[in-house]
Design a protein around this ligand. Structure first.
Ligand SMILES: [Zn+2]
Ligand SMILES: [Zn+2]
Length: 337
């Protein structure tokens, strides 16, 4: 099978012919039809994070396709099922985190395209119980960006603890943020889109944002406090550290700021402000299988869709280069036959 493989950090991926893998106990073989390209894949290729993937490694954790072979003991999926294979490739199922509904925090977890091979290939193996069925009415290209980006913002918005009608800030209208605007609307929030780029803010308005703020010419904290007394919640998908402090300032008393973006660095936090205004600040990383099922069904029902450009597997290095040098308006999805 054709696969794109990381063989050395900070080098182009190698296009290789690999043997089609054999599913072991509990595993299924998935014929990959499409796989989204996420910023985390870039970090994997660059070896940016403290725990680096072992090499060689096939990246990709937004794979969608159909089950073509079952390993021994698979009791949940059938041949022909359309599935997505997310970042959370496997979790132990017995630790405190797994048992309490936080399998995404399992210490023993395996991550697709990072600890095990992912979807930048014509086939991959997945654990049957960790592959999520795709709802009817969601085609492969539309589904792929939801497997990580859609899931991540869906869960992040749930963690904002906001109610329908509440004001929720989406800071950063990129690959994650433009999906977050749509999920926020589908959850009944009044969305405030914040960015530094008018084209992205116009996109957010078209996708249903009630208010847009360009930080280049408007102080978002003062403006939002004057206009609505601050928002109830915020989801920060931006990749610039100052956006995180601004989101805290944009909250009304008792508000909740959820961190999704992962730029390197820190941001200052006023202890007095956090205490006196009882602000909650929390990180959020991807989502569970339960969350993914909910996020996919909500997308199918509410027509939530990423702005997508497709590319071929053999173009992966140009896609990666483009991601590094320019903020893509949406998501790139590799189309694999
Ligand atoms: Zn991702
Ligand atoms: Zn566990």
């Amino acid at each position: 099978m054709n696969a794109a493989v990381v063989t050395r950090f900070r080098h182009p991926l190698e296009l290789r012919q690999l043997p089609v893998p054999t599913p072991g106990p509990g595993q299924v073989l998935v014929r990959v039809r499409a796989c989204g390209v996420c910023h985390t894949d870039l970090h994997a290729v660059e070896g940016d994070w403290p725990d680096k993937p072992s090499l060689p490694r096939v990246p990709g954790h937004e794979a969608v396709g159909e089950v073509v072979q079952l390993g021994p003991g698979v009791d949940y999926l059938s041949i022909g099922d359309r599935v997505g294979v997310p970042w959370l490739h496997w979790a132990c199922g017995t630790c405190e985190q797994c048992l309490s509904g936080w399998e995404t925090l399992c210490n023993q977890q395996l991550r697709s395209g990072y600890d095990v091979d992912g979807g930048f290939a014509e086939y991959l193996v997945a654990y049957g119980r960790f592959a999520t069925r795709l709802p009817d009415g969601l085609d492969y290209i539309a589904a792929a960006p939801l497997i990580c980006a859609g899931l991540t913002v869906y869960k992040g918005l749930m963690m904002a603890d906001a109610d329908p009608g509440d004001w929720v800030v989406i800071s950063g209208i990129g690959g994650l943020g433009h999906l977050a605007v749509q999920y926020g609307r589908a959850m009944g929030f009044q969305v405030v889109a914040v960015d530094i780029d008018d084209a992205k803010l116009n996109l957010a308005a078209r996708l249903g944002a009630t208010m847009t703020i360009n930080v280049r010419n408007t102080d978002p904290v003062g403006y939002l406090q004057r206009q609505i007394g601050g928002a109830h919640g915020a989801l920060v998908t931006a990749v610039s550290p100052p956006a995180f402090g601004q989101a805290v300032g944009m909250m009304r008393p008792g508000g909740t700021v959820v961190l999704n973006g992962l730029p390197p660095g820190d941001f200052p936090l006023s202890i007095y402000d956090m205490v006196m205004r009882a602000i909650t600040l929390r990180g959020s990383i991807v989502g569970t299988r339960y969350d993914l099922g909910r996020a996919l069904h909500l997308a199918a029902q509410e027509k939530i869709a990423a702005t997508v450009q497709t590319a071929r597997l053999q173009d992966i290095n140009e896609v990666m280069e483009h991601m590094q040098t320019s903020a893509l308006p949406g998501r790139t999805v590799l189309e694999l036959g």
